[in-house]
Design a protein around this ligand. Structure first.
Ligand SMILES: NC(=O)c1ccc[n+]([C@@H]2O[C@H](COP(=O)([O-])OP(=O)(O)OC[C@H]3O[C@@H](n4cnc5c(N)ncnc54)[C@H](OP(=O)(O)O)[C@@H]3O)[C@@H](O)[C@H]2O)c1
Length: 445
């Protein structure tokens, strides 16, 4: 599959000092430089009064571009409105249908190349919005369907209804959440195009210049750190298409330089280690230590009174060595690393709050399996926890299959996908290896 890059056109319409003539030049320059995707949305405008501005701009630019239009894909979105310049969800079936017709008119096409749901409308079930998109596709108004700002579970639900051609999420060296939460990996595994929006960190683009690793690699190639950031994203997977939001011809032209950059293995190693690239580059099977690894690390976590100590004692009785962060101090990642090579468990205290997922950053450095035991599942402790933290206790987390297993220690061979890592120890303190993108249940004692 050919590596691709696009142009994110949002700023050409949302910037207060926008200039349509300059914007058309920017689009032409990006296309001449080799961008093959133009990302837009009906909502890329100042407010409702010029709704569709960005789509009309793209239509105008494509009409006057001398190149081969058939090689360019235009991806637009529906599902947001802009009353008074605010961004407001509106993804009811009826609204999406009307929005799609308006986008077709603004773009001057009968059939939209790629129509994306801009965001899930909290008032409308995702399934309803996706069914509406599927109907538009059946009617020939939309060639392919995409989703934005979405989780793995939501992609899976949507795929029950329609074929999902693309997923658009924020992804850059400054934001690797979609690498860590499994969305990027899911797209790679299912051949879904992954459109990386805000690939330079948006308004924080200047911070890339101060990134020592990007700067070093950039110096080796004689290009800018921003160009290396984009080249690295393109290099991560053939399914990945970054869409930098250039608003000046100079930055749009830089797309050609990005396409010419060929990263060496050393560059990849350096950048992957710094920015979680390994999570996409290396398959989960390879990242996961073998089943016959020498030991396990079990993370015991739960709110106070949930029964962590009871679980810890059970583990100790069955031969695990206890490493208690409360007593030993240090970061969780350091403790887990220290546990490599033995059968150990690490006790962690976390207070679970309603509306906030319990987050634990952990890694086994590729040498051990890491398991999570949610101590709140112990029935003798649940009542106590329920008294103290009724709302949190009413919301058991973790893999539902694991919950069905009841209070026993985690079963062998069951994998618990963990979609949220970081947080507890802070993104900067987690291990770079990213080996805990999936936590594995420990073998039973
Ligand atoms: N689906 C969604 O919910 C969603 C949300 C946000 C964005 N998006 C999409 O993502 C696109 C990009 O996002 P964004 O514009 O916010 O962030 P971005 O592309 O990460 O950053 C834009 C900034 O990067 C600069 N830039 C672009 N190319 C450059 C280069 N080669 N070298 C140095 N600087 C460069 C631009 O400078 P100049 O202005 O000087 O050119 C601009 O200041 C949007 O246009 C939109 O299509 C989608």
């Amino acid at each position: 599959m050919e590596r691709t890059i696009g142009l994110g056109c949002m700023r050409l319409s949302t910037a207060l000092d926008r200039d349509d003539a300059r914007s058309v030049t920017v689009i032409h320059t990006a296309l001449d430089a080799g961008a093959t995707l133009l990302d837009t949305a009906d909502a890329y405008c100042h407010d409702e009064r010029d709704f569709g501005h960005n789509e009309r701009l793209i239509a105008a630019a494509l009409r006057t571009w001398p190149g081969d239009r058939s090689t360019i894909e235009v991806a637009t979105k529906g599902g947001l409105r802009r009353p008074g310049g605010k961004w407001v969800n509106e993804a009811r079936a009826k609204s999406l249908r009307a929005a799609c017709d308006a986008s077709r008119e603004a773009l001057g096409v009968d059939c939209i190349d790629l129509y994306q749901l801009h965001a899930i409308d909290p008032r409308t079930p995702l399934e309803t919005s996706v069914r509406a998109l599927a109907a538009l596709q059946e009617e020939g108004k939309v060639r392919r369907i995409g989703l934005c700002n979405i989780t793995v579970g939501q992609i899976e639900s949507a795929r029950q209804i329609a074929e999902i051609a693309s997923v658009q999420v924020s992804l850059s060296p400054l934001d690797d959440e979609s690498l860590r939460n499994g969305v990027a990996e899911y797209c790679r595994d299912h051949g879904i195009r992954l459109i990386a929006y805000r690939p330079l960190g948006g308004d924080r683009v200047g911070r890339l210049t101060r990134d020592a690793d990007l700067a070093e690699v950039a110096a080796r190639h004689g290009v800018t750190p921003q160009e290396i950031a984009l080249a690295w994203l393109m290099d991560l997977s053939p399914v990945l298409t970054p869409i930098p939001g250039a608003t000046r011809p100079e930055t749009a032209r830089s797309i050609a330089t990005v396409r010419r950059v060929r990263l060496a293995d050393d560059d990849r190693r350096q950048l992957d280690a710094r920015h979680s690239g390994r999570l996409l580059r290396v398959s989960r099977a390879e990242r996961r230590p073998p089943d016959d690894a020498d030991g396990d690390v079990v993370l015991v976590m739960g709110m106070p009174g949930a029964g962590k100590s009871t679980t810890a004692m059970e583990l100790e009785r069955s031969g695990y060595v206890r490493l208690n962060r409360d007593m030993l101090g240090g970061s969780l990642a350091d403790l887990v690393t220290a546990a490599v090579g033995a059968r150990q468990h690490v006790s962690v205290t976390e207070i679970a709050e309603r509306g906030r997922r319990m987050r634990v950053a952990a890694s086994c450095s590729g040498a051990l399996r890491v398991g999570r035991h949610d101590a709140r599942r112990c029935p003798d402790q649940r009542d106590h926890a329920n008294d103290r933290y009724p709302r949190a206790a009413a919301e058991p987390r973790g893999d539902p299959r694991a919950r069905e297993d009841g209070p026993a220690l985690l079963r062998p061979g069951r994998a618990i996908p963990v979609r949220a890592l970081g947080g507890a120890t802070g993104p900067r303190r987690r291990l770079r290896d990213g080996g805990a993108a999936r936590l594995h249940t420990t073998r039973s004692a």
